[in-house]
Design a protein around this ligand. Sequence first.
Ligand SMILES: [Zn+2]
Length: 265
Amino acid sequence: MVLDTASDPSSGFSTTDIYNVGVYGLQHGLALNSNALYLVITPPGIASDNPLEGAYHTYGTVNFHGTQPFNIGWIGTDGTLDQATTYISHEVVEAMTDPRGDAWQVDPRNTVSWNEVADNEAQNYTYRLNGYRVQSYWSPADGAFKVDDGNSQNFYVNNGQLTVNGDQFGYGYNDTIVVDVNAAGGVYLTLNGQVVTFDPGKITSIVVNTGAGSNSVSVNNEAAGVALTINDGGSDSVRIGSYYGGVQGILDPFRSATRRITPTW
Ligand SMILES: [Zn+2]
């Protein structure tokens, strides 16, 4: 890693200033890759010449042994990791889909102020991915704002309601669903071993649609205040309460089964 503070932009910087930081990096050991996105991350209190901006990506060319494309962006920060990773995910997705403002945009597209897949309403939705908060982007194929988490099955969140649909591996698939709580107190759920996990308060209700087949739903624990609905689709079994007394007011089934009663007469 090369740490160099000589090229740091001061508040009110322009896109040219950011470009120059990138060029400075290339001149001081940073490898040039035309498919890379170079991000200049500024400390709290440093703002661009447009007070409405928090981050952006743009492009240019550099001339090192010939002219080559150069993708660069700026990430403003407020001192929290959550905000930085949210902005970084926003700009990375957009630089991948619309690096020069002439590829994938949302309507109405704009060649000057790029209207891209992570802009507008997409900024309202975030998900904590491997511990890091990232932002959603608009997915026309899904008709939804999306965060790719590596799961092959989809989990839908709408106004705080998490909907979990079985049979995503095919009609009649025997789905296994486990409802639980993560260490932070938020909803933790698995569908056939694939995990979704949410910060506390993100989810206000859960709807499980098991679909066809012989499905199994285990409710080990319930996040505080989160209503759970299980819509039975096939020949399902539903188990409520872990052996550790996870759900208040529900008898521990292990203890119940082994309790001895000594008759007296
Ligand atoms: Zn954007």
